[in-house]
Unconditional design. Sequence first.
Length: 529
Amino acid sequence: MQSKSEKFKQQPRTTISGHAKHAQIIWRRLENTSESNGFALPLVLIVGLIMTVGGFALLARSFGGLIGSQRLEQARQARAIAESGIAQTIESLNSNYRYLLINCYSKNGSIPGNHSCIEDEDSDTISYECTWDQPCIPSSICPDATSSGKPDIAGITSNPSGDYEVDYYAYSGTQYYGGTGTLRVIGHRKSNDKTRILASAVVETSFDIKPKPCDNTYGSPATNSGFPALLASTVTMGGNDVIGQTSGNILCTKCTTPTYTDTNADGIIDSDERTKQNEPAISCNTQCDVGGEIFIGDIDIPPVPEFPSKLIGNTEYTNIDLQTGDTTITAGNTAGVNNNNRCETEKEGNIFITHCKVSNIIGSGKRVLNVDTSNGPVNLYIQGNITLSGKSGIIHNGSAEDLSLFGLPASSDDSCSTDDSFTLQDIKISGGASGSNMFIFFPCGDVGINGGSKNNCDVAEDDNCAGGDIRGAVWSKSWTGSSGNQAQLVVPPDLPSELVRRNGTSFATSIQDYISLGVNSWFSFDREP
């Protein structure tokens, strides 16, 4: 009988065949491969996603760079368009509208910064006086200058496509000394069909504005100051002379301008041709000589000064009657009333100015009125007439700007402005006396010289001539000369600047031109379309 252990030993073992083992190995490898593939797929997806996002980012950056480059180019083109507008506007002002260089313009009403543009206080909105649309003409412009119109305030460009517009022009300065002009122009770069603004830029520049004589380039020696030594609404010269090449000019504001002809056949009507052809308008006969030029046209003159209301001394208007003897007016050297209660002296800065009230000046024979301005200038405010004949006259040996004879303002009588032939005062200076240095200003007076001193200048252009009957300037409503006498008005070459120094820039009255020069500043910035 077999034991259990023997039976167990005799039982055959269950074994795994070679094929089964091979299958098992393959299965295990497949299991390992499946596990590996399950990890790699997300990795591939993540890497692919990163590369895709990076590609899009790179593409977007490249596209953004392209767009930015286009915008920079469009902004540059907008600045170029604005610069073109700056150049064209300045050229137009210098060539055709020089008088507008001392006026202002604003597209939107407000002009920033410091300027001399005068704001219209009566307007509900911000607006200015003396603009390109309604300019304040200078004291007088040159005969060949344009006195109307304005430059184009907008323009169109084709390459690149766009347009520009003048935003504002501001002037800072005076008509006499010049100043600074500031011009701002906005340029727009537009699409080719002009329907869209692609970019906008602003360019602003400032430059000098300089006055210059007519018919002269800036910087060349000035042959004429343009100052009207004899200024009147109507002028009858007769045989009178105005001596002085630099400032010996005549301006007739109501004379008829002739049709000028080019007598030299050189294609240009110059100042000599205009002056010669203007002689009949002022009744200048064969004995009449004018050292400077003869101008015809309007002019702005300041109001005639009146006796200062701030002076409260006990002064009164009285006649100066030279028939009873010589009379002397002496400038005061202290403030107060003097000269027999006819005058009062005030101190302005370091200068003593003596103001005198005069009703009429009457003289004949050899009696004279002596005026001594050693202590300072003297102003005679005359309410009536001056009638001097024979050798009776006004003797003043100081500078012409130190003795002023002021008449009544034109507002004293409406006819002064409405009736060209009406005069309120009659001023007749004797030519029989030795020449006197003075400035005569009678807005509603008729001025002339009785006779001639025969102490004449031989050459009409002689600025340094010491002779003549009046050495100075005359501004009046009318000038009445005599066809038979040789009375002379001699004009010192420095009188225009001296009158400005004595009376202020409102007396900077002259026929002159303006020009823009150089560049003081230039800047630009981009603007949202």
